[in-house]
Design a binder for this molecule. Structure first.
Ligand code: SF4
Ligand code: SF4
Ligand code: SF4
Length: 277
């Protein structure tokens, strides 16, 4: 992207704001690590709000990058206000795009969560089950990953500034794994969630022999029943079956593994249980 290129979507240099909700802010930090490429982007947009990077703030903006999970009623109202103001809303990272480990708190009652975290001050704190931003408002673009994949972020920025749509990749990580000719980690005795996880990271974990933990969330048509059957040793490739048997995962452990990045209230793993037949 060169500085001289036009910006057909806006017809002017759009104003950009970054917002964070409940999260580690690692996705914003990753974007800051773009360094020279960030300067290139700044040739096309004016950043008017970015708490992690600058002091100035503005209530006027065209594009909102939103990171993190919605975990309070105030968050719900805030993200709705941002959606109303922004012509374009981009969710940054899995917390905002589809679910992430913030939702682990949803396995307990909110009263219990407040009591354990805030002790005597629990009654002064309000909290609601954690959700991705996309569970509350529509996003025009979604960038998955924990943290975001920077090549994917750049692709989305290019699409956005040239007025094109962009659909996140919607195939399993296994596809990227095979395209790169990586050895399947099941052959190394490790349990991997790649068969149901949205690709787009270029299988970065399996590249180093680590299993996919599912940080980009489930792909849209993830075959969860088949994955569960495989993890329960009911139906699997011989190698997968042997590996899973060695790990002796209980039903609760299997559910917990899948829920690390997929535990927003509307996601019901029980509905995805394999049929009894
Ligand atoms: S997606 Fe991961 S890296 Fe990004 S803000 Fe959430 S927890 Fe942090
Ligand atoms: S290592 Fe994981 S992602 Fe790669 S092929 Fe095996 S199961 Fe799929
Ligand atoms: S391989 Fe899995 S855990 Fe690793 S970055 Fe990709 S989606 Fe996330």
């Amino acid at each position: 992207m060169s500085r001289e290129e036009p910006i057909p979507r806006f017809g002017h240099k759009p104003q950009v704001a970054f917002f964070d909700f409940a999260c580690c802010e690692g996705c914003q930090l990753s974007v800051l690590q773009l360094e020279e490429r960030l300067l290139e982007i700044l040739g096309h947009v004016d950043v008017v709000t970015w708490r992690e990077a600058m002091t100035e703030q503005s209530t006027e903006y065209d594009i909102a990058f939103c990171e993190g999970s919605v975990t309070t009623e105030e968050d719900v109202e805030r993200i709705k206000r941002i959606r109303e103001q922004a012509d374009v809303l981009v969710t940054l990272g899995s917390c905002a795009s589809g679910g992430c480990h913030n939702e682990l708190k949803n396995q307990w009652s909110m009263d219990e969560v407040r009591r354990v975290v805030y002790g005597d001050a629990a009654d002064t704190i309000s909290t609601i089950p954690s959700r991705p931003v996309t569970a509350v408002v529509d996003a025009d673009y979604r960038v998955f990953g924990c943290p975001v994949s920077l090549p994917e972020f750049m692709t989305v920025v290019n699409a956005m500034l040239t007025g094109q749509s962009h659909q996140p990749p919607n195939q399993p990580v296994c596809v990227e794994c095979k395209l790169n000719d990586y050895v399947c980690v099941y052959e190394m005795g490790k349990v991997c969630l790649g068969p149901v996880t949205r690709c787009g990271c270029n299988a970065i974990c399996t590249a180093y022999g680590d299993p996919c933990q599912g940080c980009r969330g489930l792909m849209d048509a993830a075959n969860i029943p088949a994955m569960l059957k495989a993890l329960k040793r009911e139906q699997a490739h011989a190698i997968m079956c042997a590996v899973v048997q060695r790990h002796e995962l209980s039903d609760d452990e299997i559910a917990a593994k899948l829920r690390i990045y997929n535990n927003w209230p509307e996601f019901d793993l029980k509905e995805a249980q394999p049929d009894d037949d």
